[in-house]
Ligand binder design. Structure first.
Ligand SMILES: [Fe+2]
Ligand SMILES: [Fe+2]
Length: 164
């Protein structure tokens, strides 16, 4: 997990988390902080383990890839508040250099950035699909005070499973 530790210490990564925090200080809906990133990282890894495709798809690198995708998936959220479009696309762009500095091989970095770029659409590959579902499962919609105003509460599995 050395690469994961390097992501968590990466100055650019920490700066992006700080920007997310600064822009979401007054936000009533879900925030995109380190806790959310860690929740999604852990859930992504669990879903990959449960899928039975972890070793077959990633060999011994599944845990690193799952954690990296989770930790980085909302790294570009702050750019969306600046009116710069889709945070998933922005996040993929920001994640590339962070992954390279952390020591991920180019082919692994490509898998992770693709999963980050697609995390709002369900994902097209094993990693992206796990990441996208982990993101939905990570939110406590059933007890959220802003649920009535949230545009996506109705399609969140955590709302559907516990409230309906
Ligand atoms: Fe996101
Ligand atoms: Fe997220």
């Amino acid at each position: 997990m050395e690469e994961i530790k390097r992501i968590l210490r990466d100055p650019e990564y920490l700066a992006c988390l700080a920007e997310n925090g600064r822009r979401e200080r007054e936000r009533i809906f879900c925030r995109h902080d380190l806790r959310h990133m860690l929740d999604v990282a852990r859930l992504t890894y669990i879903l990959l383990l449960e899928s039975g495709q972890l070793v077959e798809t990633f060999g011994v690198r599944g845990r690193e890839l799952g954690y990296a995708a989770g930790l980085l998936h909302d790294v570009g959220r702050w750019r969306q508040y600046d009116g710069n479009g889709d945070h998933a696309r922005a996040g993929a762009d920001l994640a590339g250099p962070i992954l390279a500095r952390a020591g991920f091989a180019p082919a692994e970095a490509a898998m992770i950035t693709r999963a980050v770029a697609e995390h709002r659409q369900g994902g097209t590959e094993v990693l992206g699909r796990a990441l996208s579902r982990a993101d939905d499962l990570s939110r406590e919609c059933w007890q959220c005070r802003a649920r009535e105003q949230c545009y996506k509460a109705d399609r969140m599995e955590t709302a559907a499973g516990l409230l309906r």
